[in-house]
Design a protein around this ligand. Structure first.
Ligand code: AMP
Length: 214
């Protein structure tokens, strides 16, 4: 099964991807996580991407397309994948279509998670992320059992550089301008499913399972 999780920053794509990984045994492919890793490792890609990410802007298409292609060609993605944060532009979506076509594969579903902007802002500004496994928490709504420590792996929690108020606003604007048009793109392909994302992770997962089990 090949799935895209679509939705604005803070919609819960990463949280759902991690739950669905356990249920469907297909990997989460998060370009954001991969880029943050590249920044942390100070690779050439990381150095090129950092200023865009810190400003809440999109990293240039070709860099992200190459990164996603490379990851999708790994053996663990042969049976399926969940794309989280990719594609984010029409050019990326077209590149993905071309790549899948050349591999005789296709997308099964694009799950579009709709969450009101006021909720997104609250979620992003209170978000804390595990440095080791990227699990997300929320200081108020979903705190870890021990302050600053990941429940899953014991890693240290931190606030992402782009989860501050000014950058969050820019990221939401970029979503509206560059990524929202993908909704229509996938609607035209007949694979878009829209679901309400402003409920508990468990409730949202159930909604997704209903769609995926169709
Ligand atoms: P995310 O963790 O998905 O919110 O991504 C964090 C940041 O990484 C974004 O704000 C962008 O700067 C960059 N990024 C992640 N995925 C993409 C993508 N598909 N296209 C362009 N930039 C991306």
């Amino acid at each position: 099964m090949n799935i895209i999780l679509l939705g604005p920053p803070g919609a819960g794509k990463g949280t759902q991807a991690k739950i669905l990984e356990g249920l469907y045994h297909i990997p989460q492919i998060s370009t954001g996580d991969m880029l943050r890793q590249a920044v942390q490792n100070n690779t050439e890609l990381g150095r090129k991407a950092k200023s865009f990410m810190d400003a809440g802007k999109l990293v240039p298409d070709q860099l992200v397309i190459d990164l996603a292609k490379e990851r999708m060609s790994q053996p663990d993605a042969a049976k399926g994948f969940m794309l989280d944060g990719f594609p984010r532009t029409i050019a990326q979506a077209r590149a993905l279509d071309e790549m899948l076509e050349s591999l005789h594969r296709k997308l099964d579903y694009v799950l579009d998670m709709e969450v009101p902007t006021t909720v997104l802002i609250k979620r992003l500004s209170g978000r804390r992320t595990c440095k080791s496994c990227n699990q997300a928490y929320h200081m108020e709504f979903e705190p870890p059992a021990r302050s600053g420590v990941c429940d899953k792996c014991g890693g240290a929690l931190y606030q992402r550089d782009d989860d501050n108020e000014a950058t969050v606003g820019k990221r939401l604007e970029v979503y509206d301008d560059s990524t929202r048009p993908l909704i229509e793109y996938y609607l035209d392909q007949g694979i878009l499913r829209v679901l309400k994302g402003d409920d508990s992770p468990e409730t949202v997962t159930k909604r997704m399972q209903e769609i995926l089990g169709e």
